[in-house]
Design a protein around this ligand. Structure first.
Ligand SMILES: *Cc1c(COP(=O)(O)O)cnc(C)c1O
Length: 392
């Protein structure tokens, strides 16, 4: 999986034979984690690595973060937690307790043994979850670790206001549980001016204060930027670790270091000599005397079809417009403005890179950077940088 070989950049041919090369900079992820940790200090900075670390590879990402000192991780599912525990095993520091892995989607019925075997800490998302996990503790005559999720405005998972009040009046359902964390989740954290942020914070503060003492956690990536009142004891960034900017200001470069570069391989360059259409649906009309480069990446690789006729690549630093529809395995760029010697089969076009970062591509596709990352396909030649140098 990890290869020290760097794919040739700037006009050269791409490494390997895949239609695209995805380069993932682990040192940049670690730098982003440290940057967020400094902003949130003295709170503990966890790392959310659900969905295979937003598509970038939970095992190498978590290993790099663990080497840098990260001790708290969040995943969504039991399977993700089991895989993460195995990935962290070689990086265990025997002088310290093992990393905490919180399971955001909770303790599904039937999963108790698997959760305990992997040493995962479930986030209890309902009174049912609380009762089931506490029954598991009683059955095993032990104390089980847990986190408790209070819903303050998402209406997905977490205890409602009424549920939290019931638990305040009668805390017997919490018997046998060691509450490691009480958390909630912000709905509009990327909009600092929204009054809802403060409403959620106050609801969280008041409800948590009536529960048994535990570490508190509210902020995701964007929440960290809402200021110290939002930091509590643990912050839970995901997207910002991976180079998605926590706030979008048009034209501004955000504080996070970019993490990925996606280069598509040119398979063929065609000189259109007579007016002709390009791609499915004949949505683009070449006027003739245009050079079209066909690249071996398509929507099956997560290069979204909604980018059709509205995205840009970069070839040797020159901007090349995407023309026609994105198809399953192919996409076409107008490279007429690029010297013929640079636009050749085997050369790479940046589909995501320094000039077209993930947030820009997301804007063009009408979505968010999160979806661009988690859609990244399995067919790319993946190259990880900075894995070992990540421990300083
Ligand atoms: C995904 C998730 C996060 C991380 O959110 P980002 O916006 O990616 O930083 C934090 N907390 C919860 C509950 C989540 O589901």
């Amino acid at each position: 999986m990890t290869s020290p070989a760097e794919p040739a950049i700037a006009g050269g041919a791409l490494a390997g034979t895949a239609g695209g090369v995805l380069t993932i900079d682990l040192a940049a992820i670690v730098d982003n984690w440290r940057d967020l940790g400094r902003r949130a200090a003295p709170s503990r900075c966890a790392a959310v690595v659900k969905a295979d670390a937003y598509g970038l590879g939970a095992a190498p990402v978590a290993a790099a973060l663990a080497r840098a000192g990260c001790t708290t991780f969040f995943v969504a599912t039991v399977d993700e937690g089991i895989a993460l525990r195995a990935a962290l095993a070689p990086h265990v520091d025997h002088d310290r307790p093992p990393a905490t892995i919180f399971l955001l989607n909770g303790p599904l019925p039937g999963a108790t043994d698997a959760i305990l075997a992997a040493g995962l800490t479930p986030v209890l998302n309902s009174l049912d979850d609380v009762e089931r996990w506490s029954a598991a503790a009683r059955q095993r005559q032990t104390v089980l670790p847990a986190a408790l999720h209070l819903d303050t405005g998402m209406s997905r998972l977490g205890l409602t206001a009424g549920d939290a009040a019931r638990l305040t009046e009668d805390s017997t359902p919490l018997e046998g549980l060691a509450l490691d964390l009480v958390m909630s989740h912000l709905a509009v954290a990327e909009c600092p001016g929204e009054a809802m942020n403060e409403r959620q914070r106050l609801a969280f503060r008041d409800r948590a204060a009536r529960l048994p003492a535990a570490a508190l956690s509210l902020a995701n990536s964007s929440g960290i930027f809402l200021g110290p009142a939002y930091h509590y004891d643990v912050v839970r960034p995901g997207a910002a670790l991976f180079g998605v900017q926590p706030r979008r200001e048009p034209g501004a470069t955000g504080p996070m270091r970019p993490v990925i570069r996606l280069r598509g391989r040119i398979l063929q360059v065609r000189e259109i000599d007579t007016p002709e259409t390009v791609g499915y649906g004949a949505t683009y009309h070449a006027r003739g005397r245009q050079r079209i480069a066909t690249v071996g990446v398509g929507y099956a690789d997560g290069y979204l079809r909604s980018l059709s006729n509205r995205s840009f690549g970069y070839l040797d630093g020159m901007r090349v417009p995407l023309v026609g529809r994105v198809s399953m395995d192919l996409v076409t760029f107008d490279v007429s403005a690029v010297p013929a010697a640079a636009a050749v089969p085997g050369a790479g076009i940046d589909l995501i890179g320094p000039d077209n970062p993930v947030d820009d591509v997301a804007d063009w596709a009408g979505t968010i950077g999160y979806e661009i990352l988690t859609a990244l396909g399995r067919r790319y030649h993946r190259v990880y940088h900075g894995g070992e140098g990540a421990s300083r």
